[in-house]
Ligand binder design. Structure first.
Ligand SMILES: Cc1cc2nc3c(=O)[nH]c(=O)nc-3n(C[C@H](O)[C@H](O)[C@H](O)COP(=O)(O)OP(=O)(O)OC[C@H]3O[C@@H](n4cnc5c(N)ncnc54)[C@H](O)[C@@H]3O)c2cc1C
Length: 352
């Protein structure tokens, strides 16, 4: 039977960053990423990939600042599809009310473009923002690790059990893997039968996430506009030739199988209603979009939690799993002891 020091279940952006962090911290460790489909094709494939230096709590602000540094470094090292973008934040609160949420606010700015701040709201420049093709980022991070990490795609973990020293992962009929440590990074697949009971005490829920697309190319230099009060943003996607509008969809307790890839008419109606408040001229251009779901935690901070000795859950980043992935990965690997014991053998890719 094959054995590894660490099995990472889930090849999304969070699983990819955890694998990278694990081999950086423990260069001798044997690591496998187990992905049911293809790398990056879960929630990561639908992500708007926006990073802003933002956080509703001190821990999230600190994770956001840490992650920004890692993304900037990795973007240069791995030539990742990450694009910096000028940004404006609009809020009805004053600077004091907004600044605890946003790490760096610049000068007060004069709104320009197709949107207008609501009466009484003000707008400020916001430094440090970028957006990414998250599916491609996950793929490229793992591509750079292939000499050190075994990536098994099309491989579903169907059962999990523990016998003290090792965790046993069933990988479909007749195939098993023993792992000293396991990280579950399943994105919104928190209710998989293999771990639903283990994860239940965390109190996670899955929410639908929607971002609509607006017909028509953005003008050069158009900024990302963050509407703080509405928890919405308007992102120019020059490389795709359209705007993306993200708003807060309030549909809870869905499953990845429920939401599928297709927008419901009510998704467009809801997006248009929010967009119409500050950009009525754009409403008719809001004609399509992307939809999926994400795992949310009760306290709205990402979860890194040891569920059994040596078995850690990582994720539930509340719709911010791209921008916080490096910090989630660092916390996860800090919670694992991967010091080689000499009792493991490299993963052999064969049927047992
Ligand atoms: C429309 C939309 C817009 C978003 N915009 C942003 C944004 O602007 N900024 C931001 O930071 N975040 C954003 N997010 C959230 C972000 O995309 C997610 O938080 C992030 O992608 C989660 O990454 P993950 O690796 O945990 O999950 P996933 O990418 O879903 O990866 C989990 C993987 O686990 C695999 N898996 C599940 N079960 C098994 C099993 N039994 N065996 C093997 N593999 C399994 C799945 O196939 C999947 O590939 C957005 C999300 C959506 C849907």
């Amino acid at each position: 039977m094959d054995r590894v020091d660490l099995a990472v279940v889930g090849g999304g952006v969070i699983g990819a960053l955890i694998a990278r962090e694990a081999v950086a911290a423990f260069p001798g460790a044997t690591v496998a990423v187990l992905e049911r489909g293809m790398v990056g094709q879960g929630a990561s494939s639908r992500s708007a990939g926006v990073h802003f230096p933002r956080g509703g709590t001190e821990r999230v602000r600190s994770m956001s600042a840490y992650s920004q540094g890692v993304w900037e470094q990795l973007a240069a090292e791995l030539d990742l599809p990450i694009r910096t973008v000028d940004a404006t934040v609009v809020s009805s609160g004053d600077v004091d009310a907004v600044s605890p949420v946003y790490v760096r606010l610049g000068d007060e700015t004069v709104p320009a473009g197709d949107w207008a701040a609501l009466p009484g709201a003000r707008a400020w420049d916001l430094d440090g923002c970028h957006h990414a093709d998250v599916q491609a980022v996950a793929g490229r991070v793992l591509a750079g690790l292939r000499d050190r990490v075994t990536v098994l795609e099309g491989t579903e973990v169907t059962e999990l059990s523990s016998d003290g020293e090792y965790h046993r992962l069933a990988l479909g009929p007749g195939r098993e893997l023993l792992a000293r440590r396991v990280v579950l990074a399943p994105g919104p697949w928190i209710a998989h039968p293999a771990w639903v009971e283990l994860v239940a005490p965390l109190g996670l829920r899955v929410k639908k996430v929607v971002a609509t697309h607006l017909e028509g190319a953005p003008a050069p230099g158009d900024p990302l506009v963050v509407f703080h009060d509405e928890d919405a943003f308007l992102l120019p996607l020059h490389e795709r030739g359209h705007y993306l509008f993200s708003y807060t969809c309030d549909r809870w307790d869905v499953t990845p199988e429920d939401v599928g890839p297709v927008l419901e008419p009510s998704d467009l109606d809801d997006a248009r209603a929010v967009l119409g408040r500050f950009a009525p001229g754009l409403v008719d251009r809001c004609t399509s979009g992307r939809v999926f779901c994400d795992a949310y935690s009760p306290h709205r901070e990402p979860v890194v939690a040891e569920l059994l000795p040596g078995l850690v859950f990582a994720g539930a980043a509340n719709g911010s799993g791209y921008r916080l992935a490096p910090a989630i990965a660092a916390e996860t690997v800090a919670a694992l002891d991967l010091t080689p014991t000499g009792s493991t053998s490299p993963l052999l890719q064969r049927q047992t």
